[in-house]
Structure formats: C-alpha cells, structure tokens
Design a protein. Structure first.
Length: 324
C-alpha cells in the first residue's frame, strides 16, 4: 500500500568509499519495517545527470512499497571534488568502482533483500562492469546505450556530432573537463567521460586507450562481467529518443548474454504526448502514463497488460547490430 504523504520524501544521505578511495554521495529511502523479501531498487543515472533528478521517481517507488537507493557517480553532483581539473574519471570507473561500491553498500544496509536496478542511459552500461552484478535479480533500463555515434537517430546525427563530438571536446580542452552546467547541457563532466563519449566505437572495449587502457589492461575480463548478470532485463525506449535508437539499445543488450532480455518501444502519441525523448520518462508529468511500467516489472517481472508500446523478446543469438 502507498505510504503516508508525510513519509514520501523521507530519504537519508549516505557516503561510500570506492575501492580506489573516492567518496560517493547518495540518498536512500527505507520502509518503516524491514522485510527480507522486499526488493531494494538502485537507480543508475545517465551521463552527468545528478541523482536528485530521479528523486520524484524514487519517491514513487517508495510510496509503492520498495526501498530505493540513488547516488552520484564520481565527478558528478554531490560526488564532485572541489575541482575537476586533473580529475580523471571515465565510464569504466563509474561501473567498476562506483556502482560496485553502491552494490556493497546495499548488501550491508539491506542484507538479504533482492536487488533490482533502474538504469538510465549509460547507467545500463556501467552495471555490467561491477564484479557482483550477478546479485541483481531484475533490471529495467531506459534509453540505455553507450553513445556510439553511428547509432544516433539519422535525422539528428549531424547536429549531435557537432554538439557532442566537436563542441564538447573543444570546450573541454582548456579546462580539462566539460563545463556543461554553465551551458545548460549537462552537469560539469570529467575529462575521461568526455574522451569515452567522443571516441566511442562499435565495440565499447575498442575505445579503451590512453589512461583507461593503462588502468584497465584486462579488457576481456571486464567484458565477461556483462555475461554474469543473469537477472531479467526490460529495455524501455522511445521512438523520439535520438540516443536510444533500436541499434543503440540492441548494441548494449547484446553484451548481457546471461539475461532474458525484452525490449519495449513506445511512441509518444500512443500515450497522447508529442514527445518523451531521452530524459522525459523520469519527469513526474509521466507518472500517470508510464511509471506503472516500472512498477509492474519491478514487482513481478512482467509488462503491464495495457502497455502502449511494442514488446519484443531480444534474440539471445543476435550479434551486435549494424547502425542504420
């Protein structure tokens, strides 16, 4: 049953320290009574999106009986150091160290409870890099991919290349990080994340060069971690998301060999809206139209009967698709 309105925004801060010594900040929502069978949901943010953006969605899950955890990756939001100059952090760090540290926190703070994950955009990528992702029982991704440029929507590709692969790195060069906050594009973003994004390739492991290549020499060991995640996955995408195209969604899903994968693709007009895009799902204006999809999936691993999208099981034998 939904909680009392006075309880719905009761969340507490937490701090974890990663294996390489970085402090991360986050928030957690805990039900009044402990229950070992109740899932705890970790929300993995998109690239350079602060965890506070997901608070209303976290409130919704909490009101409907879940424990919830959100956090900021290193270099972002409350996990940002005093200066990003010289602060080297990339997507691999966000998964290998940061998400792993949050998984460890959840294991301590919510012992024995099932772990579910809602992963937005690159959040669906970083969960594959955590050594203990085999403990995850269920995943829902939203527009999850790792920004390979040929997967961008054809009608928007040139504009996106100019913005993200030309202007973003050029503006990052003199500072050593991307000043996204003052531009209203993203939060300020570590230089390593900018490099990972700009030099994305069809196989994400092919981009590990320079600093990342020296820090993570065992590429295939990290790639194999994706296969150990055996929880069921619902990949949610929207037809007007210029990042989350079908090739982009399936390119990432192809790495999760051990997961039963289902893709639900939704047109905005199916719910009477003109647009949803890459970030819209977590906006509270969609709470009455789309958030029950997450609730149903996280509760029992099924898609709502009246789902407005097209449901298709992901072919487990499919290879990484070619971009169109």
């Amino acid at each position: 049953m939904p909680q009392d309105p006075q309880q719905q925004r009761v969340h507490r801060p937490f701090t974890v320290v990663t294996d390489d010594g970085i402090s991360l900040k986050g928030r957690y929502w805990r039900q009044p009574e402990r229950a070992v069978e109740r899932p705890v949901v970790i929300i993995n943010p998109a690239t350079s999106v602060i965890c506070r953006y997901y608070f209303r969605f976290a409130d919704y899950l909490f009101q409907n009986g879940f424990d919830v955890v959100t956090y900021d990756y290193r270099g972002i939001g409350e996990s940002k150091p005093s200066s990003l100059r010289g602060f080297s952090a990339g997507w691999i760090d966000w998964g290998h160290f940061d998400f792993q540290a949050v998984m460890d926190f959840v294991a301590r703070a919510f012992p024995g409870q099932p772990i579910h994950v809602v992963a937005h955009s690159v959040g669906g990528f970083v969960l594959g890099l955590a050594r203990s992702n085999h403990r995850i029982r269920r995943v829902m991704t939203v527009g999850a991919q790792y920004a390979y440029w040929r997967d961008y929507a054809p009608a928007h590709r040139l504009k996106m290349l100019v913005k993200w692969h030309l202007m973003m790195p050029l503006m990052s060069l003199p500072l050593g990080y991307f000043p996204g906050k003052r531009l209203g594009w993203l939060e300020d973003t570590p230089g390593g994340v900018v490099r990972d994004w700009v030099f994305s390739r069809p196989r994400f492991e092919d981009t590990w060069r320079g600093f990342s290549g020296r820090r993570y020499p065992g590429k295939q060991d990290l790639v194999r971690r994706f296969s150990q995640m055996s929880g069921s996955t619902l990949a949610l995408s929207f037809t007007d998301d210029e990042f989350g195209t079908v090739p982009a969604i399936h390119r990432l899903l192809a790495y999760y060999h051990g997961s039963k994968r289902t893709h639900l693709r939704i047109e905005p007009n199916a719910i009477g809206e003109r647009s949803i895009g890459h970030f819209g799902y977590f906006n509270s204006r969609f709470s009455g139209k789309l958030w029950d999809i997450a609730l149903k999936w996280l509760r029992d691993g099924t898609v709502v009967d009246h789902s407005p999208g097209i449901v298709a099981a992901f072919d487990p034998g499919a290879d990484v698709p070619k971009a169109v």
